[in-house]
Design a protein around this ligand. Structure first.
Ligand code: CTP
Ligand code: CA
Length: 228
């Protein structure tokens, strides 16, 4: 994969972005997933590309076109997403915007059939690997800047700050996804950026504008790192 380096503050930098949901198979015709259109993650990949970065976008199943100039790797499950992310290292920055399914089940080889008695099947869940936490703890392979999202429906800022600490990422974007906000599938997003320096409220923005703002902040942070 070779591309003429685009000019811009992120020229020569490599970025890894996750986007979309993951699908965890129950059987060949059914799956478990999180809600996610992929719009925010894809917009971030496009915005980083526009600033000159060489971007790998690891995406779960979405109904979106590939952003121009981005290397897109399509995956289904959380475990496939983690493997694709590992393979995409090294990177200067990683942004985990995917809505990864927290649990998977042991997939049945054949379609599970309804029974005459109407007995519902029961599923037994196993926790999936945490991609953001894994990248944050990737040792020498760790991207210099690791950014996560925190999708919350209540106590948004407290939960997000706790998540940043727990996962060991540098920045976290707190995202209120309660149904009244219309975030899921919508074109706008209200985010709060939490860094080691504190918390910044961002106005409600089109997902493309939120992505551009984040890309700009990333460019400044990486340039500051290089200068230090
Ligand atoms: N994430 C990930 N891999 C997972 C779960 C989450 O990479 N298996 C990432 C998401 O992409 C996001 C961040 O972790 O950047 C937070 O995801 P979220 O679902 O809000 O947090 P969880 O730690 O899964 O906690 P919970 O769902 O219980 O709130
Ligand atoms: Ca989760």
């Amino acid at each position: 994969f070779a591309r003429a380096a685009a000019p811009g503050p992120l020229a020569g930098r490599r970025a890894l972005v996750t986007s979309g949901p993951t699908h965890e198979a129950i059987d060949p015709v059914r799956y478990i997933a999180n809600r996610s259109s992929g719009k925010q993650g894809h917009a971030i990949a496009a915005a980083l590309t526009a600033l000159g970065a060489e971007v790998t976008l690891v995406s779960g199943p979405v109904a979106l076109d590939d952003p121009d100039g981005v290397r897109v790797i399509r995956v289904e499950s959380a475990r496939e997403m983690l493997e694709a992310c590992r393979a995409a290292l090294p990177a200067d920055v990683a942004v985990c915007a995917a809505a990864v399914a927290d649990w998977r089940v042991e997939a049945a080889g054949q379609k599970i059939k309804k029974t005459a008695e109407g007995a519902a099947p029961s599923l037994s869940f196993t926790e999936n690997p945490d991609i953001l936490a894994t990248l944050s703890a990737a040792g020498p392979e760790r991207p210099a800047l690791v950014v996560g999202f925190a999708a919350e429906t209540e106590n948004v800022l407290d939960h997000a700050a706790a998540k940043r600490a727990r996962k060991g990422c540098d920045w976290i974007l707190a995202n209120d996804v309660s149904p009244a906000t219309g975030t899921f599938g919508g074109d706008r997003n209200t985010l709060h950026l939490i860094t080691a320096d504190g918390m910044e409220d961002w106005p409600t923005l089109d997902k493309a504008d939120a992505a551009a703002r984040l890309a700009d902040r990333i460019a400044h942070a990486l340039t500051a790192t290089a200068a230090a």
